[in-house]
Design a protein. Structure first.
Ligand code: EPS
Length: 405
């Protein structure tokens, strides 16, 4: 059989690839309701649900310089309600709860003067009310605690497969970090964790903190840019067959859906508009000595594609960047309209953050991990982690056998 035919036969005859596991999750809960809930379906049996690991992501999400008073009240820790036996997933839906200490939704004040930038006005119109309270309760970024818990489970799964996902801050209020394009997951994570704004650039971090302090003095708020890099994804995860399954679709949708996010780019992103193709596309090399790596020995001299070509991973780190607008609740208020009297008034003030970009970088890390895990399981799905691992190893070894010939 010619080599290419053997290769394609090998790629299509594996039993494991026929087992599909659909990973998905839903969230429920209001900012000042009784609890936040997350329900995850499609986690294979046999994944150790390390609660400390999930709680660490929740702790990071609560932190970061510029956070407001709510985080001093809450200590987000998951309570796993189902899908786990003796700390290990059993294949059934995993339900997790995060109790709200600041549970007061029934008595919380009405909000009649919408805060421009928040969901307040549009939600009040949509739900035919002049009280924005109910809409802001669900629109609040507190919901991202649920998404963080789900994404941390996905990160645990990916870790077992040799994939590490690291999110960090690359800019706040116009202060730009300079981050090494070739930094490893370990180096990025360690540098990020030593910064109060989760920024791996030790020179930029204090300047970002100064910018947040100045915004606080001005009763203002600041936005910024977060970045997520995923290391160790083998080439060929994702799809170009249906637009819904392209990794770009999923990553941009998931990251762009984070509260207050206004733009997402992959790799060079919008920068692609400024330079010719010779400075955009990543030239290839192959090193037979590196066939055992997750990239199968193929490398690029640059990674402006952000690890994704045609909806699929290409073996280079996946790079997603996204912009968060400044928090819409300003201490100084903004001009608004009282929805009861229709007279001009300043917007209502609800306790809030000055800058939540560090926290948002944690959310971006988790939702990116979830989408990568979703696509990963579509390629290598199985009922058990053992089946998933076997499917991935089979795929990689079919390639390696051919590439070593
Ligand atoms: C948040 C909790 C909220 C806000 C913040 C995010 O708590 P509270 O409203 O009780 O202060 O601090 O939400 C927003 C500012 C927003 O715009 O969504 C959290 O846990 O992340």
């Amino acid at each position: 059989m010619p080599q290419s035919a053997a290769w394609s036969a090998g790629l299509t005859s594996g039993a494991y690839n026929r087992v599909m596991t659909f990973l998905d999750y839903r969230t429920a809960g209001e900012s000042h309701g009784q609890a936040l809930i997350v329900l995850i379906e499609g986690v294979p049996a046999g994944l150790a649900l390390d609660e400390a690991f999930i709680n660490d992501a929740l702790r990071r999400r609560q932190g970061g310089f510029g956070r407001g008073g709510r985080q001093k009240i809450e200590k987000d820790e998951i309570n796993i309600l189902s899908g786990v036996r003796a700390g290990v997933s059993i294949g059934s839906p995993i339900a997790m709860q995060l109790a709200n200490k600041d549970w007061r939704i029934d008595t919380a004040s009405a909000v009649n003067r919408p805060r421009p930038g928040h969901a307040d006005f549009a939600g009040a119109m949509k739900y035919e009310t002049d009280d924005c309270r109910s809409i802001l309760e669900r629109a609040s970024a507190r919901e991202t605690a649920s998404r963080t818990a789900a994404g941390a489970v996905a990160r645990l799964l990916l870790r077992e497969m040799g994939v590490e996902v690291v999110g960090f801050v690359s800019s706040i209020g116009g202060v730009e970090a300079s981050i090494d394009a070739s930094a490893t997951a370990e180096a990025l994570g360690a540098q990020r964790d030593s910064s109060d704004v989760y920024c791996p650039d030790a020179d930029a971090s204090p300047r970002m903190i100064d910018a947040i302090k100045a915004a606080k003095r001005d009763k203002d708020t600041l936005g910024g840019i977060v970045e997520v890099r995923a290391f160790g994804m083998p080439p060929g995860v994702g799809s170009c067959m249906r637009w819904q399954d392209r990794l770009e679709t999923r990553l941009m949708g998931a990251v762009g859906s984070i509260q207050a996010f206004k733009g997402v780019e992959i790799g060079l992103g919008f920068g692609c508009s400024r330079v010719p193709g010779s400075q955009v596309h990543d030239e290839m090399d192959f090193d037979p000595a590196r066939v055992n790596e997750s990239s199968l020995g193929f490398s690029r001299r640059s990674n402006r594609a952000g690890g994704i070509e045609g909806g699929m991973t290409n073996g280079m780190p996946v790079i997603v960047r996204a912009v968060m607008k400044p928090i819409s609740t300003l201490l100084r208020g903004l001009d608004s309209v009282n929805l009861q009297t229709l007279s001009p008034e300043r917007s209502d003030y609800e306790r809030s953050d000055i800058c939540a970009v560090p926290a948002a970088s944690v959310v971006a890390e988790q939702v990116t991990a979830f989408e990568l895990a979703r696509s990963f399981l579509e390629k290598f799905g199985g009922d058990t982690m053992g089946e998933v691992r076997a499917a991935m190893n089979r795929y990689l070894s079919v390639h390696r056998d051919r590439l070593r010939d």
